[in-house]
Design a protein around this ligand. Structure first.
Ligand SMILES: [Zn+2]
Length: 478
């Protein structure tokens, strides 16, 4: 990507006719073939010179693509190979660390690995031996043969201003842009009509001259890239931190008690019934949903809706609070009131869009995002700390079985989420059982020396069983 600034990528529905589509598909096919050849060439450079070469001469590589296209392709291939070898380096490191090799050999191997110098011809340091170099190559090859190489079969085609230009369509209302793309035939570009993606259009920033073409089920998808304005200098936080609970109804609850996106669930339900209805029709006809235009269109609109709603609501949150830090839990949302398919969709796409948005908050505003361990945040009473499965009556209401506190369930969770950021010893990856132990011990600590009536409630709660004295005498906590 030709920028270091934060970016947003979004699909712009295209309406090219069959003839134009076929030209694009032919182009894509040639593009991939060329990528494969370039990659092969890069690997031989790599084995000979121990690094890839972004500026390699590729004139000799046979392709129907213009030299301009080939050059764009070269950069994309090298970036891919670089990231693939970075993963390989991580694996290499693990293997060495977990091995029984003597310390000084480990050190030599890790040093070579640190700059991917597996194929250097001469040792880069006097304390590294030829034997070490040989072993490094051996470990590399071991992983190299085990792993699947980056494939160029499904890769997106990257277009820059050398081969594509975006123009606003001012002549008719049926679509919003033309994307002019050079093809394999000289001076015969195709013009692809595009409809705007509302989410991307509404983001503040500038389009960059960079486009992605992807093939899916024989159809070409077009993606545009927008560079988002950096607002770090102008963003002055008003509060230190807020906790948010992301759920379905509402979409967001804050530790300050706000409920944002109350209608969100109703929209989900209406999309759900549209999708379910269409699925039933297709099933009756024995058709695959992925092949159905109408179904795909509903899905595309749903994803656009989801993404722009998430963006809008989180923006509102930022405007109102201007926090320096946002505390969130590991995301997990589903509802028994939605179909399996819809649950899967929001799990996948909802999660992805929220992560994307939170990442952008970090990039654009410099807001710190902290992810906490979510275990029991919905069952813990924010007021007294009591944890009970029955505290959460249904999806919307929370009522503490110990102190009687009532609250909106998601607001209660949001408050717990915020508190959890400062609870030491718990990490997002800590096992659920361990989390429960920490929470219960802390709760019992708070109860110490008072309120023996509470003991009856606690005894009936399976969570507390292991932490209370079975004889009913003086407990080590109570
Ligand atoms: Zn309570």
């Amino acid at each position: 990507m030709p920028t270091n600034k934060p970016i947003a990528v979004g699909e712009y529905p295209q309406y090219a006719n069959r003839g134009k589509q076929n030209k694009l598909l032919t182009l894509l096919k040639e593009y991939r073939k060329t990528a494969y050849k370039i990659a092969k060439n890069q690997w031989s450079i790599f084995f000979a010179e121990a690094k890839f070469d972004r500026y390699a001469n590729i004139k000799h590589i046979q392709s129907k693509l213009s030299e301009r296209y080939k050059q764009t392709r070269l950069w994309q291939v090298v970036s891919l190979l670089e990231s693939w070898t970075s993963n390989l380096a991580n694996r290499f490191r693990q293997i060495v660390i977990n091995s029984t090799l003597p310390q000084e050999r480990k050190r030599a191997l890790l040093y070579l690995n640190s700059f991917k110098g597996w194929f250097l011809r001469t040792p880069p340091k006097e304390w590294i031996t030829q034997k070490d170099m040989k072993l490094a190559r051996k470990i590399f090859k071991h992983i190299y043969h085990q792993w699947r190489k980056p494939s160029f079969k499904h890769i997106a085609m990257h277009l820059d201003q050398k081969v594509a230009v975006l123009e606003k369509n001012t002549h008719s209302k049926s679509f919003d842009y033309w994307l002019k793309v050079s093809t394999l035939e000289k001076r015969k570009p195709v013009y692809i009509p595009l409809k705007a993606n509302k989410y991307i259009e509404n983001l503040e920033g500038e389009f960059i001259n960079f486009y992605q073409l992807i093939e899916e089920d024989g159809k070409v998808k077009v993606k545009l890239v927008k560079e988002i304005e950096d607002k770090k200098d102008r963003y002055i936080p008003a509060v230190e931190e807020i906790g948010i609970d992301i759920g379905l109804r509402p979409l967001i609850a804050t530790s300050e008690g706000d409920l944002i996106g109350r209608n969100f669930f109703e929209f989900l339900k209406s999309y759900d019934s549209k999708i379910t209805k269409r699925m039933a029709e297709l099933q009756r006809k024995g058709l695959k949903p992925s092949k159905d235009k109408k179904y795909r269109e509903i899905l595309r609109r749903f994803r656009e809706f989801l993404r722009s709603e998430i963006n809008r609501y989180i923006n509102r949150l930022i405007e109102v609070y201007r926090p320096k830090k946002i505390v969130v839990e590991k995301l997990d949302f589903r509802s028994p009131e939605l179909s399996k398919r819809m649950n899967r969709l929001i799990q996948n796409f909802g999660k992805r869009y929220i992560k994307e948005k939170l990442r952008r908050l970090q990039e654009v505003y410099g807001i710190q995002v902290v992810e906490i361990n979510p275990a029991y945040t919905s069952q813990e009473c924010n007021s007294c700390g009591y944890i009970d499965r029955r505290n959460r009556k249904d999806t919307e209401e929370f009522e503490c079985k110990l102190c009687g506190k009532r609250a909106n369930a998601q607001v209660n969770s949001a408050k717990n989420i915020l508190k959890r950021a400062s609870l030491l010893g718990l990490r997002p990856t800590t096992a659920k059982k361990k989390v429960l132990e920490v929470l219960i011990k802390r709760h019992l600590e708070r109860l110490k020396g008072c309120n023996s009536a509470a003991l009856e409630v606690l005894r009936a709660n399976p969570y507390y069983r292991d932490f209370l004295n079975p004889c009913g005498g003086r407990n080590k906590f109570l």
